[in-house]
Design a protein around this ligand. Structure first.
Ligand SMILES: CC(C)(COP(=O)(O)OP(=O)(O)OC[C@H]1O[C@@H](n2cnc3c(N)ncnc32)[C@H](O)[C@@H]1OP(=O)(O)O)[C@@H](O)C(=O)NCCC(=O)NCCS
Length: 299
């Protein structure tokens, strides 16, 4: 007999193998909802979502022997119900297309009235040992102006200069904010380009798993010298190889499918050295407000 119910935070560790490494440390956060499927108290499936007006379905998984028995459907239904009860008025599901489970997931979403999925990001994976052979990294050049400083080498002055530059109205769009998710910024290979007391650009990365760095933001402020982006990317990747090496052998990068400039950069300078390139998709659903539960006099 399978039970499906929200998972109390203290029980999350026993279910964490049923989600991605990225989300495991977040399962006990207050805005994260876990809905568990169990058989005799043993973990069988898990759905993970982030609450909010626009909630996000982060992952859904059923242990392989238990698949195709409707458990995924029950997990999704219970998750949507709980998110709606918690105040969400819509939910987004983001996933990587072309995986073995994609047909099952897309059927689940379709059965639960999500709108047809749309392409969202290009998800690139790489091994740093291969990436360092790309001319961009192997033949990396010093910037024409200024010098590259590591995140862990930045003094208070450079940090303040970066903060000031990024806070200047119109200088740095929200998606490029360099201090995003600061606790997980990888200090060993995040880098900034400094010139004459100002910061001209940065490449900021996050450690998303013990063995993986995500290349999160490569950004140049207006007026940066030509080639500054090449210099930052080459230096950052080289530092991962030099300083983290076999301990952190993997890299990943998500690019918006609308970001033509970065897609061209990637296609021309790094594509042959990547391990895989996949498309992530997003499917959205508007939630109908939940009827009030037990004790509601209107029922
Ligand atoms: C996606 C997943 C959670 C579905 O769980 P499940 O318990 O098998 O789902 P259900 O039994 O409720 O089936 C859902 C639908 O998918 C269909 N389906 C299941 N496996 C399928 C497959 N391999 N190919 C095509 N359709 C499949 C089912 O037939 C059902 O559709 P139907 O009702 O029209 O018959 C499960 O495959 C899984 O854990 N995959 C690995 C984790 C993963 O990749 N998750 C997605 C990204 S987070």
């Amino acid at each position: 007999m399978i039970a499906v119910a929200p998972l109390p935070a203290q029980d999350a560790p026993a279910w964490e193998h049923l989600t991605f490494p990225l989300f495991r440390p977040q399962l006990q956060e207050p805005d994260v909802l876990c809905v568990a499927a169990s058989c005799g108290g043993q973990p069988v499936g898990l759905a993970v979502a982030r609450r909010g007006r626009t909630a996000q379905l982060l992952s859904i998984a059923v242990d392989s022997p238990w698949r195709k028995q409707g458990i995924g459907g029950r997990l999704l239904a219970a998750t949507l119900e709980q998110l709606s009860a918690d105040g969400a008025d819509s939910v987004e599901a983001v996933y990587i297309a072309g995986q073995p489970s994609t047909p099952a997931l897309e059927r689940l979403l379709q059965h639960h009235d999500f709108a047809p999925p749309q392409p969202r990001m290009l998800v690139c994976r790489a091994l740093i040992a291969t990436l360092v052979e790309a001319p961009l990294v192997a033949g990396r050049r010093q910037p024409r102006r200024g010098r590259i400083v590591g995140w862990d080498e930045m003094g208070a002055h450079t940090r303040e200069a970066l903060h000031e530059e990024a806070s200047r109205p119109g200088a740095c769009p929200d998606w490029a904010w360099p201090f995003f998710d600061e606790a997980r910024i990888e200090p060993a290979n995040s880098v900034v380009l400094e010139h004459a007391g100002r910061v001209q650009g940065f490449m900021v990365n996050h450690r998303i798993a013990a063995d993986t760095v995500r290349y999160s933001r490569l950004f140049l402020f207006p007026g940066a010298a030509r080639g500054a982006g090449f210099a930052l990317a080459g230096e950052s990747l080289w530092r991962q190889h030099e300083r983290l090496g076999a301990r952190v052998p993997k890299g990943s990068c998500d690019l918006e499918v609308a970001n033509r400039m970065m897609l061209n950069f990637l296609g021309r300078h790094l594509r042959p050295w990547l391990t895989s390139v996949a498309v992530s998709k997003v499917a959205r659903k508007v939630l109908v407000p939940q009827a009030k539960a037990v004790g509601d006099p209107a029922r």
